[in-house]
Structure formats: C-alpha cells, structure tokens
Write a protein that binds this ligand. Sequence first.
Ligand code: UD1
Length: 428
Amino acid sequence: MSAKFVINGQNKLFGEIPVQGAKNSALPILAATVLVDGVCEIHDCPDLTDVQATVNILRHLGCRVKREGHCCTVDGTSAAGSPIPEKLMHEMRSSIIFLGAILGRFGRAEMFAPGGCEIGLRPIDLHLDAMRKFGAEVLEEHGKIVCECPNGLKGTQITLSFPSVGATENILLAACRAEGTTTLFNAAREPEISDLADFLNAAGARIQGAGSGEIIIEGVKRLTGCVHTVIPDRIVAAGYLAAAAMTEGKVRLSHIIPAHIGPVLPILRDSGCEVEVRGHTVTLRAPNRLKAVKSIRTMPYPGFPTDMQAPIMAMMTVAEGTTVIVETIFESRYKHVGELGRMGANIRVEGRTAVVQGVPMLTGARVSAPDLRGGFALVLAGLAAKGTTEISEIRHMERGYEDICKTLSALGADIQRVNDGDRNEKEQ
Ligand code: UD1
C-alpha cells in the first residue's frame, strides 16, 4: 500500500534532536565489509531502505549480517563473489559501490549496470576506467558488467577527470587489496570518503590522504574485523536546520560535526538566521522573515553540496528577495521545482540555473516527491505552508531520512504518515 505524508503547516519548530548516522557513509562502509575476512561491527547505521538494500546484497554475497538497532554486524568470512542479480542492483543505484570491493577480494565481479535515476544519467565510466587501470578486463553487455582480473589487481596511478564520490570510493576499495601502491589524484574530498578510509584503516588497510585531493593506498594481503562508528549525516542535519529556519523556530542539533556543514552555515547566516556552533551541537534561531542569499552554486566538497540544493531552494521560496541557484553536479536535479510551484513558489528554471523569487507565503497542496532530496524539500515547504500538504511517493524520502514524522513531531510539527485510504493512521 502506498503511503503519504500529511502536514498541517505553520507550526514553529522548537527543541533538540540528535542527527542520524550518514547514509552516504554507511552504504560504502557496509559494501567494504566484503573485503574483510572477519567480523565488522558498524555503529550508527541509520534505519533506511537503502541500508536494507545494501544488507540484502551482502547476504546474497554470502556475508552473515545481523542488525540490532543502529548496529550492523557483518561477517564476511564466508563471502563469495556471486553475480549480483538485476533486482538487487536496481533497489539502489549506489550498489555500484560493491564493484571495487568484490573485485578486490575475488578478482572477478559481475553485476547489472545501475542505470540512470531521477536526478540524471549517472554514468559509471570513471568507475570502470579506474578498474581497467588496476589491470581488470571490463566487459559491458546486455546491461551487465563483468570485471575480471584473474592475476589480481595491480597498484597504479589514477587521475579522475571529475572528483566523483562513488568512483573515489570504488578506487579505495579496489586499491586496498591490490598489489603495490595506488596514487589517486583529484579524489573526492567529501567527509564520507574520510569515514570510509577510517573504517578500512581500522580493518588493516594503509590509506593516507583521504579528505584531500591526493590519496595514497598501499595494498595489503588481508583485512581483518574491526569496530567502527559512522559519522553523523551532514545533509540530514542541514535539512533540519532549514526546517527550523522556515518555521521561525529554534532548533538545536546534537551529534553533529559542525565542520561538515561548513559550506551551508554562511547561507543560513546570510538568510538572517542566528547560528551558534558549540562542540558537537549547532543551534539555529530563525528570523521572522528569511532573506534571499543572492547566489548559490553546487560544487564538490568543500563547496555547497548538491544534496542540499533542493532543501535550501525550498527555504528561499519564502525568503524576501531573489536567489539564483546553479546546479553544476547533476543535470536533472530540479524536479522538485514544479511541485514547489503548486504550493505557490515562484521559481524559473533555465538549463542549470534556477531563479527563486521569494513569496510571503506558501499554501498547502497535493504534491509528489520526485526524488530523495527533492522530496525533503517538499516536506520543508509543507511545514512552512498555510493549510494542509499531502506528499505522495514518500518511499524516496525513506531511502535517506530516518523517522521523519517522529523527528519533526518531536519538534512540534503536525505531520503524519498515512496509508492511502486510511487518513487516521498515526506515525508510530
Ligand atoms: C554521491 C552521493 C550523492 C551525492 C553525490 C555528489 C552516495 C551514495 N551518493 O553520489 O548523494 O549527490 O555523491 O555529492 O554517496 N559521473 C560521471 N561518471 C562517473 C561517475 C560520476 O560522469 O563514472 C558524474 C555524475 O553523473 C554526476 C557527477 O559525476 O554528474 C557526480 O557524481 P558522483 O560524485 O559520482 O556522485 P555519486 O557517487 O553517484
């Protein structure tokens, strides 16, 4: 049965919430356990459908996985490099991250190509070119990818033409078990890359420079079990700060690494919010009316994250003045614009540029979540809008945001998750 969120807007959000573990760290770290001959205990794994999809693949590969609350224990001792079927690959696009891990451990990886998704074509050429550099033979036919390297991967030098997050992760995974040293230039610098490297180093890998543009990986013969805690989710954190900002609220986030939301803080401050950073907490107090912030351009980290583009756009729809947003990372990442328009937002898109003319007020409407972050932008709009907003296709949000209703209700929002035909089912 399909479910939707029903939001009665204009409640001011107040209170304190902890931030969940980062989806974009948990997924590659779980995939990395395939490389490990032993038991890994991963803490702060968020409870999300994407995490479950990753666990399904691990189990298919023969790993023993136990989930207890936010702890995921993976024993990869008896893993095998069996082909990953189409159904499992299509549950989640980022399952391509298994490529480097399976190839690194078994010398052969077979899986279906993940294909495009709601936000763009999302090619994997950088991933495959990198595997070729390690000496693998790559075959692409009938939608399948077969990578083979019977004599083992060889350390190499790789320069990425773009600092792709996924390609950097796949390179780290493959390089850990390659013979000799790999040097990666123009690597992605996102905090999730450093988190993956920290996990791998705890398991016995030798990785230096993660978090910078140049990463050096010395291959090792074996990785062994370890304990690791996933970093807090910077995108989710910034999203809840935006929720406070849009509702004239005051919200304190705990369990956060403030430096990771560094690229978003100036925008929140420029829009008139008071933001106080103290240790592992960030407190935001919203003004009566937000101000437009002139221009925002999405960039690889430490630039403004593309994953925050939709939520911050939602914020700017009710700010005083005009904000220009340029999306440089993904080509189709404005699918939320039409839905925001149904709620009264004034946004014009030309190519990769969106011009947001703030309006005094949004009004509730029936809308549909186009993708993960675009869906959360609609939740934000619904919280600020006058009247009732119904958001369908919420499965997109459940890929990345844990317990949205519970979290927002704790802050005073009026939001329920209801199944179609059952308007009274309260979120448990
Ligand atoms: C990761 C994040 C996603 C975030 C994105 C950019 C995960 C699970 N997902 O996605 O939330 O929005 O980083 O910060 O961590 N590209 C190519 N060829 C390739 C690979 C990528 O052309 O082989 C292009 C993509 O189409 C896109 C750009 O590079 O235009 C960025 O993609 P990438 O950094 O790889 O994003 P993901 O790892 O897929």
